[in-house]
Every structure is written in C-alpha cells, then in structure tokens.
Design a protein around this ligand. Structure first.
Ligand SMILES: C[S@@+](CC[C@H](N)C(=O)[O-])C[C@H]1O[C@@H](n2cnc3c(N)ncnc32)[C@H](O)[C@@H]1O
Length: 239
C-alpha cells in the first residue's frame, strides 16, 4: 500500500471536519460514514434548499442515489411526504451524448476499466454486487427503513423506472447524475410535476460540461424557473 492511500482519506476527513461545523448531525454522520460524495458546502446548500420547501406541496426525489448519503438526508426532511430515490445501483451508464465533455468521458473510461477508487479508499460503489442492499441497510441504520412510511428506492434506468412510479407533484428534487442525457431527461420529466416554489438542486453543473449544457438548455426553454448559483445551483420554480 502506498503512503498516499493512507494520507488521502485522512486529509479528506480533516478537510470535511474543518468545514462541517455548520452542518446538521445527520449530514456529518453520512459524511463520516463515507456515504456521500457531496462536500460539506454542497450538503449545507442542500439543507437550506430543503428548509425552503417545507411549506411547498409535493414529494421529494433524488436521481442518483449511489451509496445513499444525500438520499438519507433528503428523506429525513420529507416528513409525511413520499421520498423516491432512483438509481441503477450498479455501474453508472455511459455518457453517450456529443454534448458530454472529455472530462466526463475520461471519468467513465476510468470507472469502466475497474481502476476507480471509492471514498476513503473503499471499493468503488459501482463495482459492488450488493449495493442496493447496502443502501437499504444504511437507510435502516438511520431510522428510515425502505418500503415503509413513504420511503421508496427504484432500481433501474431512470428512463425505465420513473414512468412506472405514480408521482402527483414534487417539491424538492436532487439531480445528481453527472452526464447530459440523464440530467436533460430528469429536468424535462420533473419540471412538469414541480409545484410553484419547488426546487431542483443540481449537483454537477460546475463539474461536467454535459450537465451544464442540459441545465442551460432547460432554463432557456423554461423561463418560469429561476437560477440561484452556488456549488450546487438551485433551479426554483417561480410562484
Ligand atoms: C454521483 S452518483 C450520486 C451521488 C450521491 N447522490 C451522493 O450523495 O454521493 C451518480 C449516480 O447516478 C446514477 N445514474 C446515472 N445515470 C443514471 C440513469 N440513466 N439511470 C439510473 N441511474 C443513473 C449512477 O449509477 C450513480 O450511482
């Protein structure tokens, strides 16, 4: 084992610890347990966005659950609404659009080659056979068992699972799925059901070109949404 394998996780923990003082206990817990890729800054914005929709009618949803950290935080704030989490819970689908940038394609090639490393040097989540069950266990450990009290996880491609789920309206949606096609698909589908005042929080706008393009195209075709920039921008439906 190289010395960087030991130092990197410690450095990540120290960095997160130093910047996590304003976070809720649950955000700190999912970070410490290595259940989320969201930085403390992004988690803080998620907490604020969740607070801001407490009086807006509709369910909560996430597209891109991975290890479940951000989904657990969203579910904890859902109250008596439904939470719907969507993911393949396996290998991330390939970025196939010409609107995806080289960074996205290189990232995917690394994942596909088997060389991707997980959080704190763990096995990368996309290589795990039992990921879906691991995520369910993590929800249960945090007092949010899947399958009861409106907590739902849907395994499969968004394009195949979302049309089968009866959602009347949405108040908060986290779109954390990296590439052009899934982000464009989710924005298109979710916008039709988002209540006035509701929020779509975008994770990868500043990270991957395809995500940024999908958001910009969406905003230019949907003037009833405002854009609040930040580490993870908020798209808020005007009232
Ligand atoms: C960056 S991860 C999500 C990170 C997570 N929200 C967290 O807190 O760390 C992106 C996830 O989106 C999923 N994904 C991307 N495109 C998808 C699609 N078309 N259908 C289903 N899942 C997809 C991937 O499998 C991956 O688990």
């Amino acid at each position: 084992m190289m010395i960087t394998d030991t130092i990197r996780p410690l450095a990540r923990r120290l960095r997160n610890h130093l910047s996590s003082h304003k976070l809720s206990e649950l955000s700190r817990a999912v970070t410490d347990e290595g259940l989320t890729y969201l930085s403390p800054t992004k988690l803080a914005r998620m907490e604020e966005a969740l607070d801001s929709v407490q009086n807006i009618p509709g369910d909560f949803a996430e597209f891109g659950v991975a290890l479940g950290g951000s989904a657990i935080l969203i579910t904890s704030q859902a109250g008596d609404r439904n939470f719907h989490g969507f993911d393949v819970f396996g290998m991330i689908p390939e970025p196939t659009s010409e609107k995806d940038d080289q960074k996205s394609k290189s990232r995917y090639e690394k994942i596909k080659s088997g060389a991707s490393r997980g959080i704190d040097g763990q096995q990368y989540y996309g290589y795990r056979d039992e990921l879906f069950f691991e995520v369910k266990d993590s929800f249960a450990r945090h007092g949010l068992p899947v399958g009861i009290n409106g907590v739902h996880l849907h395994q499969g491609l968004f394009e195949e699972t979302l049309p089968t789920v009866p959602i009347e309206s949405l108040a908060f949606v986290h779109v954390d799925c990296d590439w052009y096609d899934p982000v464009a698909y989710c924005l298109r589908e979710v916008a039709r059901k988002l209540s006035p005042g509701g929020v779509i929080l975008i994770d990868d706008y500043h990270d991957y070109g395809g995500c940024r393009t999908a958001v910009e195209e969406f905003l230019s075709g949907n003037p009833d949404f405002g854009f609040e920039d930040g580490a993870n921008p908020v798209l808020r439906r005007k009232v």
